[in-house]
Design a protein around this ligand. Structure first.
Ligand SMILES: Cc1cc2nc3c(=O)[nH]c(=O)nc-3n(C[C@H](O)[C@H](O)[C@H](O)COP(=O)(O)O)c2cc1C
Length: 157
């Protein structure tokens, strides 16, 4: 059982690379972390985590169906995720290709679950985004986001 769970879907590996950079940031703060493909996550794992970070490619300006389906199923734990820390990240093909709307669609679900989301003043305000494969700058942003989630998890105890 890890304190932070990174859940992602990735068909061609771009979002997966981001997930591992996010994990690096969490680890750097001494917080335990598990990185899992959405297909391998059981709903009950959401209950154990103090922080839940979700990554999806941008599909038609929103999250991939696999992530949406998982979030829909998470209604089984509605009311039990309140106060956990949430965050998200996305990879898209294009600037302006809908990566921000994708992040906002994920954040909506996390907020509806009563989770706590920290915004970002520098870099992606709603979470890190990659155009295709993450470059060095994006990987650093992912790492920083992981650090911030871990710091908040520690702060909230
Ligand atoms: C079904 C589908 C829909 C997509 N829709 C968009 C889109 O609306 N905007 C965009 O910029 N890229 C879109 N893409 C491209 C992916 O977001 C992009 O290739 C991403 O890096 C894939 O991430 P992955 O390598 O983790 O699978 C789409 C790709 C697929 C397969």
């Amino acid at each position: 059982m890890a304190d932070v769970l990174v859940i992602y879907f990735s068909k061609t590996g771009n979002t997966e690379k981001m997930a591992h950079s996010v994990a690096e940031g969490v680890k750097g703060e001494g917080v335990s972390i598990e990185v899992k493909k959405v297909a391998d996550v059981s709903l009950d794992e959401l209950l154990d985590a103090k922080g839940i970070i979700i990554g999806s490619p941008t599909y038609f300006g929103t999250m991939a169906a696999e992530i949406k389906s998982f979030l829909d199923e998470s209604v089984a734990h509605f009311g039990k995720l309140t106060g956990k820390v949430g965050a998200c990240f996305s990879s898209s093909a294009l600037i302006g290709g809908g990566n921000e709307t994708t992040l906002l669609s994920i954040l909506q679900a996390l907020l509806i679950h009563g989770m706590i989301v920290q915004g970002e003043t520098a870099g992606g305000h709603y979470g890190p985004v990659a155009i295709g494969a993450p470059d060095q700058k994006c990987s650093e942003e992912c790492k920083k986001m992981g650090q911030k989630v871990a710091q908040l998890v520690k702060k909230l105890g």
